[in-house]
Every structure is written in structure tokens, then in C-alpha cells.
Design a binder for this molecule. Structure first.
Ligand SMILES: *Cc1c(COP(=O)(O)O)cnc(C)c1O
Length: 380
């Protein structure tokens, strides 16, 4: 076996990326909303069955657009899992919202819907479920509670494109949903994202916010004879060259997902008896969820065991990582009122989670090296 470094993530190309970028340049339109951006919009709308998809410069920006669209005001409360990326919460804090951190389930590591009712107050405006590792949150329960209390749901679906819950695509439940096409995600253009709009009431304003607060999109459709400043806004359009790169990946979604599924299954079966013996917990995917194969993680018995396995793999040139530090205990989270013990499952999982190298072009040889290295780890 060769022994080059096995990175945690590597950029994978599906094949047509360079050709499409060159074509975008030849078409003479490399700013936003060109030919390839429209191809991506159509792909997302048709594949998922969402009324409207808009590419954005990142998932972070799609989340910021969501907070603007919901008209989040200072003092509004937004319920967000403590175990997620900072952008999920920052987008709402930027509007002055008070994040209300909710703990996660110990099995799927998704927002624990059983705690939702206890977090709702008269100031609550929205719930932001994150489909961790591309495994669906319990959307039936979440949507029902949201409807009872008149709350908006924004799905942070950065991990979950093409995953399903009860046979329905993730990202199609909430009024709004966000996708990430960052380099580390299943489909990528380096930096990019999308806003999925399921509630048509948000469509027109979303176009305006994304076009610097102007009605430029309506102008291009011939619906108004000049365009002007009509609302808040910013520049959330990616270049069509990025959309060209992304489209090459989206059109190859079947082969990309097949490869990722194979890698995931291989880790899961090859490490099963080792995990049982070492009291390591493997990922839980409920039968009613079709996961998106975003990552493969292990839950070690303790922080010390996790750190030991990371170091052991690093000695063998294999890079494994951990995430997320509990948001309520971060410097910012504590300023917003977070305290130790608020979200005990998040605090525990955050110490014990380890992610193995996982990328579309991970070779069988590389994966065999990772599995052998994990199995060779000794822990007393
Ligand atoms: C990656 C990620 C984001 C941010 O995505 P960007 O496209 O980098 O802004 C947000 N939420 C979650 C859960 C993520 O994993």
C-alpha cells in the first residue's frame, strides 16, 4: 500500500467543470444569473420540486437572506441547535435576534424535537433545523409544532442535498431552506450556496434582496420599464463561472452520490465489529430517512479516546477532524446567555465526535488504509 497523506477532504471534479467555465466566458456573461446559473436553478427546482431556487454566494448568505425575508427584528427569538456551524445562528443574530439554543438527539445528532415545545415563548419567530450529516430531522413533528405556534421553519440543508425524510426531499419542508456548495460539501463550486423558496410569498422579495434591493429581476422580465431601489438588499449572486463549475457537479449527481454511498457503506460495514468491541458508536440513520452521504463520523467513548485516535491517524498521515464546538459555550454564545449544562448532549457529543476522510474521489486503496489504521489503534 502506498502511504501518501490522506487528506480529510479533497476537491473532486465530475468532468465538465473546465469546459463549462470556458463556455460561460465565451457566452460573454460571467456576472450573476447567466446561462449556468439558470441551469442550476432549473436543476434544483425540477429535481427537488421546489417552486424557486436562487443560487447565492454561500449558504451563509442564503441564511442571511432568510433572516431578512422573515423580517427578523431585534429581540425576536429563533430556535437553533447548539450543535451546528456558526452561520446558522449568525445570520439571525445579525438581525438582532436572540438565539435560543436547543439540544440534539443522541442518535441522529439532529435538533431534539421533543424539547421544542419547552423552548417556545411569545417572542419565538422561527425554528432552524439542521439536517446533520444529511440525515433528516423529525420534520413531521417540527412542522406540526411550527404550525401550531405560527412559526417559520428555515431548514439549514447544507449537508443534506438529495437526502429524504419520509420519501420527501430535505429542503422542501420549511418556508425556506438553504444549501451550501462550499468545497467540503457533496456538490461544490468552491464557495457557493442556494436559497430554496417553498412558500411563494417570499419569491419576489427574495429576488429583490439578492439584487441589492432593486427590482432588477422584474425589469429583465419586462414587468417594469426601469429598475430602482425598492428594499433592503445586498449582492448575493455568484459569478456564472462558479455556476458553470457547480452545474458540472449537479448534472453528475447520480454518480457522485453513488460513489459517496459506497464509501459510506464501506466504512460502516468494515468498522462494525471494531466499533462494537471498542464501544464506539457508528452513525444512526432511521429507516424513514434516506441520507445524503455527506460525512462519516464515529463517536468515541471519551474526549481522551477521540484525541488519541486523531493523533494515531495523523502519525499514519491520515487526517481526521472533529467539529462543532457547542455554540452556546463559544465566546459569542456565552455573551448571548449560553451556559454550561444548557445542552448536555451537544456538550458530550462535541467532545467525542471524529470525522474520517470522506470525499467523492476517495480511492479504495486510501479507504483501506484508513480502515486498517483505525483498526490498529490501541486504547486501554
Ligand atoms: C457548511 C455549512 C454552512 C455554511 O456554508 P457556506 O456555504 O460555507 O456559507 C452552514 N451550515 C452548515 C450546517 C454547514 O455545514
Amino acid at each position: 500500500m502506498s502511504s501518501h497523506t490522506i487528506p480529510f477532504n479533497r476537491v473532486s471534479c465530475a468532468g465538465n467543470e473546465f469546459r463549462y467555465i470556458a463556455d460561460a466566458i465565451q457566452r460573454g456573461h460571467i456576472s450573476g444569473d447567466g446561462f449556468y446559473t439558470k441551469q442550476c436553478h432549473t436543476f434544483l427546482e425540477q429535481q427537488l420540486g421546489v417552486p424557486k431556487a436562487l443560487l447565492t454566494t454561500s449558504c451563509t448568505h442564503a441564511l442571511e437572506m432568510s433572516a431578512l425575508l422573515l423580517d427578523i427584528q431585534p429581540g425576536d427569538e429563533v430556535i437553533i441547535p447548539a450543535f451546528t456551524f456558526v452561520s446558522t445562528v449568525n445570520a439571525f443574530v445579525l438581525r438582532g435576534a436572540q438565539p435560543v439554543f436547543i439540544d440534539i438527539r443522541p442518535d441522529t445528532l439532529n435538533l431534539d424535537e421533543r424539547l421544542l415545545a419547552s423552548k417556545i415563548t411569545p417572542r419565538t419567530r422561527a425554528i432552524v433545523p439542521v439536517h446533520y450529516a444529511g440525515v433528516g430531522c423529525e420534520m413531521d413533528v417540527i412542522m406540526e409544532i411550527a404550525a401550531q405556534h405560527g412559526l417559520a421553519v428555515v431548514e439549514d440543508n447544507a449537508h443534506g442535498l438529495l437526502g429524504k425524510y419520509q420519501g420527501r426531499y430535505l429542503g422542501t419542508f420549511g418556508a425556506l431552506a438553504t444549501q451550501s456548495f462550499h468545497e467540503t460539501k457533496n456538490f461544490s463550486c468552491g464557495e457557493g450556496g442556494a436559497l430554496l423558496i417553498n412558500d411563494p410569498a417570499y419569491m419576489e422579495r427574495a429576488e429583490i434582496l439578492r439584487e441589492k434591493g432593486t427590482n432588477r429581476s422584474r425589469f429583465f422580465r419586462g414587468q417594469v420599464d426601469k429598475y430602482t431601489w425598492v428594499d433592503l438588499g445586498s449582492s448575493y449572486l455568484p459569478s456564472d463561472m462558479l455556476a458553470a463549475f457547480l452545474y458540472a457537479q449537479l448534472e453528475a449527481h447520480e454518480s457522485i452520490q453513488q460513489k459517496r454511498a459506497r464509501i459510506w457503506q464501506h466504512y460502516d460495514t468494515q468498522l462494525q465489529s471494531w466499533a462494537d468491541e471498542m464501544k464506539v458508536q457508528q452513525p444512526t440513520v432511521p429507516a424513514h430517512c434516506e441520507q445524503a452521504y455527506h460525512m462519516y463520523y464515529l463517536l468515541l467513548p471519551s474526549l481522551a479516546a477521540r484525541q488519541s485516535l486523531i493523533a494515531h491517524l495523523k502519525e499514519r498521515s491520515i487526517l481526521s477532524v472533529f467539529h462543532y464546538l457547542p455554540l452556546h459555550l463559544s465566546e459569542m454564545g456565552q455573551k448571548l446567555g449560553g451556559q454550561p449544562g444548557d445542552c448536555p448532549v451537544t456538550e458530550d457529543i462535541s467532545d467525542r465526535l471524529l470525522r474520517l476522510p470522506f470525499y467523492t474521489e476517495l480511492t479504495e486503496d486510501e479507504q483501506a488504509q484508513v480502515v486498517a489504521a483505525v483498526q490498529a489503534w490501541e486504547w486501554l
